[in-house]
Unconditional design. Sequence first.
Length: 198
Amino acid sequence: MAFVEPVTLCARGVQLAPLGLEHEAGLRTAAADGELWTLRITSVPEPEQTRKYIEDALAMREAGNRFAFVVLEESTGRVLGSSSYHDILPAVKRVEIGYTWYAQSSQRSHVNTTAKLLLMTHAFETLGCHVVGWRTDNFNFASQAAIERLGAKKDGVIRGHALRRDGTIRDTVMYSMRSGEWPEAKAQLLYLLDKPRG
């Protein structure tokens, strides 16, 4: 049995379902909303690479080290983006959340906070994870701020860690949250989601 079994998670009009080839057209449309593949600090697929992106995610799921979700608008089924558990370490009950991106029209909305709440709740409360981690490009300041808003702690920076899509070498900023920190972080996320947006 895999550590992460197929599951569909729903809250506040947002649905996370296992990513499959049937989501190819919707994923391509979501990525085109803002031409997100042109950002050098993200992993968004170029339109003609969308099928390969899904196939690679499915191969990683089969290998047990990544489980990709498609993020959907629950009422319409419209694809808003994608997020994954990755670097799954069952022996130490640790997952990371990443490969996350959203159509530009869904950014700065409740979608990301809701999706993270769903993924973190499932990781800590169903999978029994001791630690959930995140990593991001040292120049992706928006991502760093979003991760910090979740209540994650900065672990440090791995220098010269990975290639960006433009061939430059990035430093990777690492974050994590321990299970003991989750109840307070969950309360804060629910507070942020429930307060009126100005």
